[in-house]
Design a protein. Structure first.
Length: 392
């Protein structure tokens, strides 16, 4: 699997560095000002919207010794330790994997990898975390032995702060034994103990924990805030930032992936347009040259191209069925829309199903290690026939 690492562009441990979510941040600030911090809070919402960053910034604000009206100071000893995730009263629990070295793994076995994942990577997704652990094909979970570690840590006295804070990332990955032991701690927590559960799928958490937690919905990031964040922290040009934000659908991970995948997307777009033109013109020799190039790029990129081709075919079919005012809803870039404005008439109800089938079939054959030259030759010949089918 291709691995991308977005180095941290800034210290996101402060509220001011969080992209979007101003109402939620204001709510967190008020809980501290009013001394009404619920001991178990469940931050939930779609993956990729910055929930983990919010939880850490909230924890830093609570622990800051010189907090301002609306943020942590970023300079006191507590904040400096938060910047490195080494504060003694901040604890983390997260999914881990069994290895030859750790047959009964707990979060602390992977704390160095975790700090690297959080601090030096802007996309906090489970599959990327698995790569940081070096076990991307393993099954991750929060296992029973983690419960004993939670109990041990939270029964200790605080070292420096008023609160002991435990951030549990993806609590839905807890096995039943671990979840039930955590439940007892949530029901009768030690004094000044705070649980921040950060979940993509809260409905998968056992009901008894759900019922004892304060639910805090974290919405998608609005387009304007996301675009402003891309401009401010990632130095993206204004128009491009606005387009990326629109396509990201409120998901920061999607926006960052768009930045990383820009070269790949450009290559896929180029190869798709060439393929369609050669197929329509039935230029067999030119198609053979196209196949020669496709056979050199490796299977992961070949699969990526086929997925891209499916997106373009479906997008063009939708263009033929909707009002012109709704074109932006399709999710295509300006460059893709410019091409599609002339191409979409060739994708219609008489060929869309078969086109989709052939692209999916090619993907399946590539995935099963079929001979790529034969697969793409077969695909090109079939597309040459299908793209010329007349609409009803």
């Amino acid at each position: 699997m291709l691995f991308y690492n977005f180095a941290a562009q800034f210290n996101f441990m402060q509220f001011e560095k969080i992209i979007g979510h101003k109402p939620v941040i204001q709510r967190f600030i008020q809980t501290v000002k009013n001394s009404r911090i619920s001991h178990a809070q469940l931050l939930y919402g779609p993956e990729g919207i910055g929930k983990l960053k919010l939880a850490i910034a909230y924890a830093q604000y609570i622990s800051c010794r010189q907090r301002t009206e609306d943020d942590s100071c970023g300079k006191c000893p507590s904040c400096i330790k938060y910047e490195k995730l080494i504060h003694p009263d901040l604890h983390f629990v997260y999914p881990v994997v069994k290895t030859k070295k750790f047959d009964k793994p707990v979060s602390d076995h992977f704390i160095s990898e975790w700090r690297n994942f959080v601090l030096n990577n802007q996309r906090h997704k489970l599959d990327i975390w698995l790569e940081f652990m070096g076990n991307e094909n393993s099954q991750a979970g929060i296992f029973a032995q983690e419960s004993s570690e939670i109990l041990r840590k939270l029964n200790l006295k605080t070292f420096e702060s008023e609160y002991k804070i435990m951030i549990i990332w993806l609590p839905e990955k807890m096995n039943p034994s671990s979840a039930n032991k955590l439940l007892k701690m949530i029901e009768e927590p030690p004094m000044k103990t705070l649980f921040l559960l950060v979940s993509d799928f809260p409905e998968q958490i056992i009901n008894t924990i759900q019922s004892r937690s304060q639910f805090i919905k974290i919405p998608k990031i609005d387009d304007e805030s996301l675009a402003e964040g891309l401009i401010k922290y990632y130095e993206i040009e204004k128009n491009k930032a606005a387009e990326i934000a629109r396509l990201a659908n409120g998901n920061l991970n999607n926006a960052l992936e768009s930045l990383q995948a820009d070269d790949t997307e450009q290559y896929n777009f180029k190869m798709f347009t060439i393929l369609m033109r050669f197929c329509y013109s039935a230029k067999i020799i030119e198609l053979q040259n196209w196949i020669d190039e496709m056979s050199t790029i490796g299977r992961e990129r070949q699969k990526n191209f086929l997925q891209y081709a499916l997106k373009m075919i479906r997008g063009n079919y939708i263009m033929s069925t909707i009002n012109e005012n709704n074109i932006n809803m399709i999710g295509l870039t300006k460059e893709e829309l410019d091409f599609s404005s002339k191409f979409y008439t060739f994708i219609h109800q008489n060929n869309i199903q078969q086109l989709t089938y052939e692209l999916n079939l090619a993907f399946k054959h590539i995935e099963r290690n079929g001979t790529d030259r034969i697969i793409f030759l077969d695909l090109a010949l079939k597309l040459t026939k299908l793209i010329r089918v007349k609409a009803a």
